[in-house]
Design a protein around this ligand. Structure first.
Ligand SMILES: NC(=O)c1ccc[n+]([C@@H]2O[C@H](COP(=O)([O-])OP(=O)(O)OC[C@H]3O[C@@H](n4cnc5c(N)ncnc54)[C@H](OP(=O)(O)O)[C@@H]3O)[C@@H](O)[C@H]2O)c1
Length: 332
C-alpha cells in the first residue's frame, strides 16, 4: 500500500511516498481503509514522530493521526464493528498515522462517521474537536456564563474551541488576524480581537479560562488576562518541552476518546457543530501540505484525500491559503 513517511535527509527530515506492507490488526485493533486524513503540520516536530514509546529513535513515521475511512478488518476481541462500516477517529500517537491507503487504530479510538459529512469533512474533525473538548471541558471545566479567551480562533483546533465554548454557554472572546475576524464571529464568538492591530491584553481581562492554541509570547502574555484562580490551558506545540512549572501544568496532549467522538458526531449531525476544511490535497501532495504550511494562516483544516480519482484543490502558497473551502463544498 502507498504511505507517506518521514525520512532523514541532509538538511532536515523529508516526507516521501513509499510502499509498505498492509498492516494486520492485532487484538483490540481495527484496520481502516483510509479515505481522507487530517494534516497537523506541527506533528512532524512532536516527540512520538521521532521516538518510540521506549525512547529510541524512530524512522519512517507516517504522519496524520486522524482519519475517515471504511473498516477493512478487525482484530481479535473487536466484536462490535463489521467490515464496510464508515468510521472516523484517531491513531495512537506512537503508531503509524493515516497518510496512507490503510492504517491501524485502536477500537476505542474510532466511532461511526457523522453520516452527513463527507470523508474529507469527517477527517478534519477528530484532533481539533477532541483537543478543544478535552481542553475546555475535561481540564478547564468551563461553566455556563464564564468568560473564555480562545487564542487562535481560526485554526484547526480554534474553530472547535470557539463553537464548543459557545455551546457550553460561555461568553467567548477569540483572537484572529484581520482577514479572519468575520469568519471567527460566524462561528459564534461574542467578541473577536484582531491580535495584529493592538495587544489583546489591552482589550480583554478578567477571563475565567484561556484556551491557548498559539503558545510562545502569546501564552506568556495571556496569564495577565486571567482572573485570580482563572484556568489556563495550552495545546501549543512550542510548549511541549517546557520547564516552566505553570506551563507544564497548563499543557496537555489530546487522547483518543470514543465516547467523545460519538458525542461530537451527534453534534455535527444535528448542526450544533460544524467543521471547516481549508484545503484538500491528494496523497502525492501530502508532503507539501506538511512542509509548506508552517506557519499556517489558514481557516480550519488541511485534509489529504487518499482515495484516488476525486477532485482536489490547489495547495496554498507557503503560509497563505489562496483557496478556502467551507464545510459542505467540494464533496468527495
Ligand atoms: N497538544 C495537543 O494535543 C494538540 C493538538 C492539536 C494541535 N496542537 C497544536 O496546537 C497549535 C494549534 O494547532 P492548529 O492545528 O489549530 O493550528 P493551525 O490550524 O495551524 O492554526 C493556527 C492558527 O493560529 C492563528 N494565529 C497565528 N498566530 C496567532 C496569534 N499571535 N494570535 C492568535 N492567533 C494566531 C492563525 O490564524 P490567523 O490566520 O487568524 O492568524 C492560524 O489559523 C499548534 O501548535 C499545534 O501543534 C496541539
Amino acid at each position: 500500500m502507498k504511505t507517506i513517511q518521514l525520512v532523514p535527509k541532509p538538511g532536515g527530515p523529508s516526507l516521501v511516498e513509499r510502499e509498505a506492507r498492509q498492516p494486520i490488526p492485532g487484538p483490540g485493533e481495527v484496520l481502516i481503509r483510509v479515505r481522507a486524513a487530517g494534516v497537523t503540520p506541527t506533528e512532524l516536530e512532536w516527540y512520538p514522530t521521532s521516538h518510540t514509546k521506549e525512547g529510541n529513535a524512530r524512522e519512517g513515521a507516517v504522519p496524520g493521526h486522524e482519519f475517515s475511512g471504511v473498516v477493512e478488518a478487525v482484530g481479535p476481541g473487536v466484536g462490535l464493528l463489521e467490515s464496510g462500516r464508515e468510521v472516523y477517529g484517531m491513531n495512537d500517537w506512537f503508531a503509524e498515522g493515516a497518510t496512507a491507503e490503510c492504517c491501524i487504530a485502536p477500537f476505542e479510538a474510532v466511532a461511526p462517521k457523522p453520516p452527513n459529512l463527507t470523508h474529507v469533512e469527517a477527517a478534519s474533525v477528530p484532533i481539533g474537536a477532541l483537543t478543544a473538548w478535552q481542553g475546555l471541558f475535561d481540564r478547564a471545566n468551563l461553566q455556563p456564563g464564564e468568560r473564555v479567551l480562545v487564542q487562535g480562533g481560526a485554526g484547526a483546533v480554534g474553530i472547535f474551541a470557539v463553537q464548543l465554548a459557545k455551546y457550553r454557554g460561555a461568553h467567548v472572546v477569540a483572537t484572529a488576524s484581520d482577514r479572519n475576524l468575520e469568519f471567527v464571529a460566524g462561528l459564534g464568538a461574542d467578541e473577536v480581537i484582531d491580535y495584529s492591530k493592538a495587544p489583546f491584553e489591552e482589550q480583554v481581562r478578567d477571563m475565567d479560562v484561556v484556551f491557548d492554541g498559539v503558545g510562545g509570547e502569546t501564552l506568556q502574555r495571556s496569564w495577565s488576562v486571567l482572573k485570580p484562580n482563572g484556568r489556563m490551558v495550552t495545546i501549543a506545540a512550542s510548549e511541549e518541552g517546557t520547564s516552566d512549572a505553570r506551563v507544564k501544568e497548563a499543557f496537555f496532549i489530546v487522547v483518543p476518546n470514543q465516547k467523545q467522538l460519538y458525542l461530537i458526531a451527534e453534534m455535527l449531525r444535528s448542526g450544533a457543530l460544524r467543521t471547516v476544511v481549508d484545503t484538500i490535497v491528494p496523497l502525492a501532495k501530502a508532503p507539501e501540505a506538511y512542509l509548506s504550511a508552517l506557519p499556517r494562516r489558514g481557516r480550519g483544516k488541511v485534509v489529504v484525500l487518499v482515495e484516488e480519482g476525486s477532485s482536489t484543490q490547489e495547495l496554498p502558497e507557503a503560509g497563505a491559503s489562496k483557496k478556502r473551502q467551507a464545510a459542505g463544498q467540494g464533496r468527495n
